[in-house]
Design a protein around this ligand. Sequence first.
Ligand code: AMP
Length: 171
Amino acid sequence: MRDFKSEIRNVPDFPVAGIQFKDITTLIKDPQAYHEAIDELARSVEGKEIDVVVGPEARGFIVGGPLAYATHTGFVLARKPGKLPAQVARYEYQLEYGTDALEIHMDAITKGTKVLIADDLLATGGTAMAVVKLVESMGGEVVGLRFLIELEDLGGRKALEGYDVASLVQY
Ligand code: AMP
């Protein structure tokens, strides 16, 4: 597999002191690296039955959109409050820094919809778990979660125990 780690920029103390920010803009501006990263994630879900990929705003769109395209599935947006125009389901959650909430259009996921969740990075798992809870509250079935990056010390995988979790790069 390509050395994706060397293409991710580490920015110390962003957005607040003590956070080692993993900046994927350096990876995704490289056409071959972006392409290979998405292809690698797509390979990791080969054989799975998936109806839609759900990606949380905003970096989840960067991973989830192309992953939906590559896997010939639909894409569903999980957005910050007030952004989606139609009726929504909502869930509030904790971040590594601060709190937030996510919304999904009510009609985007129905009973039995098979959902793959995708985001750029798994830290504490708070965001991913919020998406899981939101999807499940709508009747959807989470068939897996895929990330470009996993910060292993922050325990996201443990928070998502029982789900099929995979990432391309671990720190
Ligand atoms: P968490 O909910 O703690 O798993 O955090 C994951 C979300 O926060 C992802 O959507 C990331 O985009 C963002 N995030 C958290 N920590 C970092 C970090 N160290 N570098 C870059 N993004 C981060």
